[in-house]
Design a protein around this ligand. Structure first.
Ligand code: BGC
Length: 757
């Protein structure tokens, strides 16, 4: 056996010199020959993904990881970083396990690594695919320089429920925008050569429908029609598959009464058969053992169900590791099924080049020279500025660098909170706070005076749970009145007040759902007191979700939504506040007037009793106490300049499905400074065999216009853009009338129409 193993390893290494064209065939051959040497136990071992335990999002099930690696019972590890730590673990696999199969090393590299970019929801508001791709590219360069070769990103779950904390981790409510971003992220992480040492394998998650959990409560049940899945929730996952994503993570929720982790229709029929996914499928954290709680069987049963459904790798549960042997003996699964799962994981390791050099991501020089570099931080800063959304501005912003500026609020001097949720590699102490950013930016031209003004909330327990993982807001023990008084004292001397308020970093993200989506009361009291001074107040709003801001919209003169902008956010905020950068972010998710309107999204159906004319009308689809309108619609965001749109021009009033239609609009910068505008195109299929949304985004373009400049934007619509999944789940473009809308958000649009023959 020893000689055989030696021969196989030689063959495997030699095979790495193949040209890319025959690489796939050569990988298959090498995987076959390796599999022929593996025992059943070793194959099962490859399916096991324990957490190394550095950062955990649940319990740690595996003990004695080193011993297990030696015994060939581990296929990869996650929650581990640094070249030294990763090399140490890889060395055990290579030096001590019988077949010397390298481990894959995963991590949640979600929005940057040490150079942290805006949270994904913020990033999506840039509507700039090159920028988003670049952020993933930099994240991959930094993570791979630190030993990591696999990221659990992008998270592409469509969500229309701001109560759900994880809305912060995705790209908002829209399937088209979400799909473009999914593709950009996968390409950013994986590049065009996965075996290069600075690209990493991407894992699209959470497949599927995780963002539709009932009542916005995390891990909760989902239930939806097939046509809604296909038309509204599936597209971003499929876009990631089309972009060549190497792996997919199953979601925690159930679908049609079967948890996604064991849902054969979802994992095999849709993902592999219909979409042609060729990579490997990993469970989410304890996703397998959680199926015991879902109530579909004991550990052995659920593990067998997961494998049978098409799942390949078990994150943390050790259900596959500990039960598949027996399940083979008892005829519940076949060895062939285990071989197939193992094959897919080995293929991924070959693609990453780990058989060529297991230490290829363990380069000490790269770790010191390519992480948290000045250049990467500069990109994080400019990207952050592109993610901010100016929600309101009554001629207050941009501020002048002169006089005295009072900076108040619990998020003003909050380094640890700048990076937001899922920033496991961030260097908190080096993040730029708003206070630092503003001070640096004004230099000696203006005076910045600071007071905290309030804690995050009066509820100490809520504050503790919202500032986990070292993201403390350093709770002040003074009373709310004392804190407010201090803020009012410093505000007295100021010309303008900047209030850095909103949510703490861990108030969104995993297991961070809220039923009240307003700014916490004590901060509102602070804002009210500040407004009473009669001085202009600017809200610099931190949030990981759409908040209900009806009162703020009515009372505060300027609101700049900065999400969580990343390690350089403080500088980026100063860039926008002082007008060095003109804000251009547009919302990727609707902001409701209040939580009772949730779920609220622009691409809703018309209903049989749509509200026509003014609200309120009896026996029409509306509320007694609040109109149907959102506070800020999807696609909305202001600039320091203004834009006007011409009427829409169509290349033809009638087209056939073989034609394409060109939709043109002239956009003019009618303000006094250069700015960027996201020009958005929506359609409505007026009559369908199944009901269609009142508007659907189908194209967009971000343009830059100088003051007074006009540009013609041309969009080409083809059959695919007019198609949808019908009742039989066939993707069809049905003849009939279509409306087309173009504008700077989903509400304020110019309209045209055409007929598809
Ligand atoms: C989360 C995933 C994450 C995984 C590993 C889970 O709790 O749902 O998004 O990738 O942990 O950290």
């Amino acid at each position: 056996m020893k000689t055989l193993v030696g021969f196989a390893i030689l063959f495997l290494v030699a095979g790495c010199n193949k040209t890319p064209s025959n690489q796939q065939t050569s990988i298959e051959g090498r995987v076959d020959s390796l599999i022929s040497l593996m025992t059943l136990e070793e194959k099962i071992g490859q399916l096991n993904l324990p957490s190394a335990g550095a950062f955990v999002t649940g319990s740690v099930e595996s003990s004695d990881i080193a011993k297990k690696i030696e015994q060939g019972k581990v296929g990869g590890l996650f929650n581990i970083k640094t070249v030294a730590n990763i090399r140490e673990m890889q060395k055990i696999a290579i030096d001590k396990s019988r077949l010397k199969i390298p481990l894959i090393f995963g991590m949640d590299v979600i929005h940057g690594y040490e150079s942290v970019f805006p949270i994904p929801l913020g990033l999506s508001c840039s509507w700039d695919m090159k920028l988003i791709e670049r952020s993933a590219r930099i994240a991959a360069i930094e993570a791979s320089a630190d030993g990591i070769n696999w990221t659990f990103s992008p998270m592409v779950d469509i969500s229309r429920d701001p109560r759900w904390g994880r809305i912060s981790e995705g790209s908002g409510e829209d399937p088209y925008l979400g799909s473009q971003i999914a593709k950009a992220m996968v390409i950013g992480f994986q590049g065009n050569d996965l075996s290069a040492n600075n690209t990493i394998m991407s894992c699209v998650k959470h497949y599927a429908l995780y963002g539709a959990s009932e009542a916005g409560r995390d891990y909760n049940t989902t239930d939806m029609s097939r046509h809604r899945m296909y038309n509204e929730y599936f597209p971003p996952y499929q876009a990631a598959v089309d972009a060549g994503v190497g792996s997919v993570m199953a979601s925690f929720n159930e679908i049609d009464g079967i948890p996604a982790t064991a849902n054969k229709w979802l994992l095999t029929d849709v993902l592999r058969t219909q979409w042609g996914f060729k990579g490997f499928l990993v469970s989410d954290y304890t996703g397998i053992s959680e199926m015991i709680n879902h109530g579909i069987g004991d550990l052995q049963t659920v593990s067998a169900l997961a494998l049978d459904a098409g799942l390949d790798m078990d994150m943390v549960s050790e259900g596959l590791l500990n039960t598949l042997g027996n399940s083979v003996k008892e005829g519940k699964v076949t060895e062939q099924q285990i071989t197939e799962a193992c094959r897919r994981i080995l293929e991924a390791k070959f693609k990453l080049g780990l058989f060529d050099n297991p230490y290829k991501y363990c380069d000490d020089n790269r770790a010191t020279s390519e992480v948290f570099t000045a250049a990467n931080r500069a990109e994080a800063r400019s990207t952050a500025a592109q993610s901010f959304v100016l929600l309101k501005n009554n001629n207050v912003l941009p501020l002048k660098r002169s006089g005295t500026i009072a900076l108040v609020g619990p998020l003003a001097d909050a380094k640890e909170n700048m990076t937001g949720t899922w920033s496991v590699a961030a260097r908190f102490s080096e993040s730029i706070s708003v206070l630092e950013g503003l001070k640096k930016s004004v230099g000696s031209n203006a005076k910045i005076v600071y007071a905290k003004g309030s804690n995050l909330t009066e509820d100490e327990v809520l504050e503790k749970n919202s500032t986990l993982f070292g993201k403390s807001l350093h709770r002040d023990t003074r009373t709310a009145a004392q804190l407010r008084d201090e803020a009012l004292r410093i505000a007295k001397s100021a010309d303008v007040i900047v209030a850095a308020v909103g949510e703490a970093a861990e108030m969104s993200g995993e297991a961070a759902s809220r039923t009240n989506i307003e700014i916490p009361e004590t901060q509102k009291e602070l804002i009210k007191a500040l407004l009473k001074t009669g001085k202009p107040v600017v809200l610099v709003l931190f949030t990981g979700r759409p908040l209900a801001l009806a009162w703020e919209e009515e009372n505060v003169p300027a609101i700049l939504n900065v999400w969580f902008g990343g390690s350089e956010a403080g500088d980026a905020i100063a860039d926008v506040v002082f007008g060095d950068v003109n804000p251009s972010g547009k919302l990727s998710t609707t902001f409701p007037q209040n939580v009772g309107q949730v779920p609220i999204y622009y691409a809703h159906k018309n209903t049989g009793r749509p509200l026509r004319g003014p609200w309120f009308q009896k026996f029409q689809s509306n509320y007694l106490d609040v109109s149907n309108e959102p506070l800020y619609p999807f696609g909305y965001g202001l600039s320091y300049t203004t834009f006007s749109y011409s009427e829409v021009k169509l290349s033809s009033a009638i087209i056939s499905s073989a034609d394409s239609l060109v939709v043109s609009v002239d956009v003019t910068n009618t303000g006094s400074r250069e700015g960027k505008e996201v020009v958005q195109l929506y359609i409505r299929d007026v009559v369908g065999s199944i009901t269609r949304p009142v508007k659907e985004l189908k194209a967009f373009e971000k343009i830059t216009l100088k003051s007074g400049e006009t540009k013609t934007v041309n969009f080409t619509l083809g059959k695919k853009d007019l198609s949808f999944y019908n009742a039989d789940l066939n993707f069809v473009a049905e003849p009939g009338e279509f409306h087309v809308f173009v504008g700077g958000n989903s509400r304020d649009v110019k309209q045209g129409s055409f007929v598809l023959k």
